[in-house]
Design a protein around this ligand. Structure first.
Ligand SMILES: [Fe+2]
Ligand SMILES: [Fe+2]
Length: 483
């Protein structure tokens, strides 16, 4: 018999949290639902409300079979509330309450801090859907279009997950925050989303792939840290969200990889061996590798900013309170309180980069960011393997942590991707060598055309090696209603 609770479909909202016997929360969520649907229709994928999309839906939290696939119209997607199973005897894994039983209710003294962390996490979820709103119109294939929509509906579900916590555990101000999550808007002047990277544009598919690789990976690290929370419902919620998040990063990694693959193939077919021969390469209708590096530089550095300041008392407080842990807290061999520990932190002072030992407690953000960088390096290595196998001499690199930063010690510092400190004037003059220029953006935009024939792909991207859910190459992942 399965120890996992199946999703209950006896209310409008699929869930494994016993909503049908929790009238108060059920009512609050049913009241929130129409506003959510309005938001989806007005801010979700533009022009695809009627189309049948081959999507996976979470139907249980059993790791062996948690999802089912089938055609669904996105507004009818079963967004559900799913928590990973409760771990018997779980204790608070860090901070001053280390070893005490995990909280099943909100600890009063940390209520404000906890609410803020949940709201910030919740805010990123609809933000990315808004950023990706127009991409369906230029999807390079039905396969890619379906992946975009899968990511979108799951970010929608992540919003539900955070809204559930607000409604269930925070009463009236939780309800107000839940409504505000539908009012802020990515890129809005009056009511922007809370974090910088979530107000940037995602103008093209290479941006989308870089975003899902780098920015969804920040999401992964934040979820990993919140999965360590002493507040058990948050931990369980984030643990299940991580299951879905893995697919988002897969979409990013394979999307960039397929773009690189196609570029290398086209170069080889045309007999071009110099990756910097940009005009000739672009004339082939593919994205040159130096431009891919620029896109990488942009999305990686925007994502680094999401980790906040290297030294942060907020982060220290959250750790100390046992509200947010470190990446894989349970695997770390130390006192989990960080009473005397130090951690190396970079600092930009007097035009120089120095590494200092700071109290580990205040360096929690820096540590998570370092874990992130290590995690992000894996895909870059695999991208380079594609280039090397094609016999082309070019290596993609993660830029220096001080390059193009807006938050923390390096904010505004004129540092090159190699980590060299230069003058502000030189940095400004050379900006377009390192970050996508208007012309780069225009070129990429010129390649963005919707391909809607099953099994066909736009010329700038290679087909995937495998279909979704074992489907064949010409599978119709999206049934476009006017096709
Ligand atoms: Fe998410
Ligand atoms: Fe995601």
């Amino acid at each position: 018999m399965s120890q996992y609770i199946d999703v209950s479909y006896d209310t409008k909202i699929p869930n494994n949290v016993g909503l049908s016997s929790d009238r108060r929360v059920l009512k609050a969520l049913e009241k929130w639902h129409p506003g959510y649907l309005d938001w989806w229709k007005g801010s979700g994928p533009d022009g695809f409300l009627e189309d049948l999309v081959y999507l996976r839906t979470a139907v249980s939290v059993d790791p062996k079979g948690w999802a089912k696939f089938g055609y669904v119209k996105m507004p009818e997607y079963r967004w559900g509330i799913l928590l990973a199973p409760q771990v018997e005897g779980r204790v608070i894994p860090c901070g001053e309450h280390y070893g005490e039983p995990a909280w099943q209710e909100v600890p009063g003294e940390y209520r404000a801090m906890l609410r803020r962390l949940i709201v910030i996490q919740g805010d990123t979820e609809p933000a990315s859907v808004e950023q990706q709103r127009f991409l369906g119109k230029t999807a390079p294939s039905l396969y890619d279009m379906r992946n975009l929509f899968q990511v979108n509906v799951e970010e929608g579900r992540h919003l539900w997950a955070m809204v559930y916590l607000l409604q269930k555990y925070f009463g009236r101000d939780g309800r107000e925050e839940a409504d505000e999550l539908l009012r802020r808007q990515s890129g809005s002047v009056d009511k922007p989303r809370m974090l910088g990277a979530f107000n940037e544009e995602t103008p093209d598919w290479l941006s989308f792939f870089m975003f899902t690789y780098f920015t969804d990976r920040d999401g992964k690290m934040q979820l990993e840290a919140l999965a360590q929370s002493g507040f058990d419902p948050l931990s369980r919620s984030c643990r299940f969200m991580l299951t879905e998040e893995a697919h988002h990063m897969f979409v990013g990694e394979t999307g960039v990889g397929r773009t690189i693959q196609r570029t290398c193939e086209a170069m080889n077919e045309a007999g071009i061996s110099d990756p910097t021969d940009i005009d000739r390469i672009r004339a082939l209708g593919v994205i040159d590798l130096p431009t891919i590096q620029k896109k990488l530089n942009l999305h990686y550095t925007l994502s680094l900013d999401l980790f906040g300041s290297e030294v942060s008392t907020n982060a220290a407080n959250a750790f100390n309170a046992g509200i947010k842990g470190r990446y894989q807290e349970h695997k770390i061999d130390d006192d989990h309180r960080l009473l005397d520990a130090t951690y190396p932190v970079s600092e930009f002072t007097d035009g120089k980069i120095v590494i200092k030992d700071a109290p580990a407690l205040t360096a929690i953000n820096m540590r998570l960011r370092d874990d992130y960088t290590r995690d992000a390096a894996g895909g870059v290595k695999r991208w380079n393997t594609i280039i090397r196998k094609a016999g082309i001499e070019f290596e993609l690199k993660l830029p220096h942590e001080g390059f193009h930063r807006q938050i923390g010690t390096y904010a505004g510092a004129p540092i090159t991707p190699e980590g060299e400190v230069i003058s502000a004037g030189e940095w400004a003059a050379r900006r377009d060598e390192w970050l996508p220029s208007k012309a780069d953006g225009d070129f990429i935009a010129s390649l963005m055309v919707q391909v809607r024939e099953p099994g066909e792909y736009a010329g700038w991207i290679a087909p995937p090696r495998m279909g979704i859910d074992g489907k064949p190459g010409d599978f119709e992942y999206v049934k476009l209603h006017d096709a």
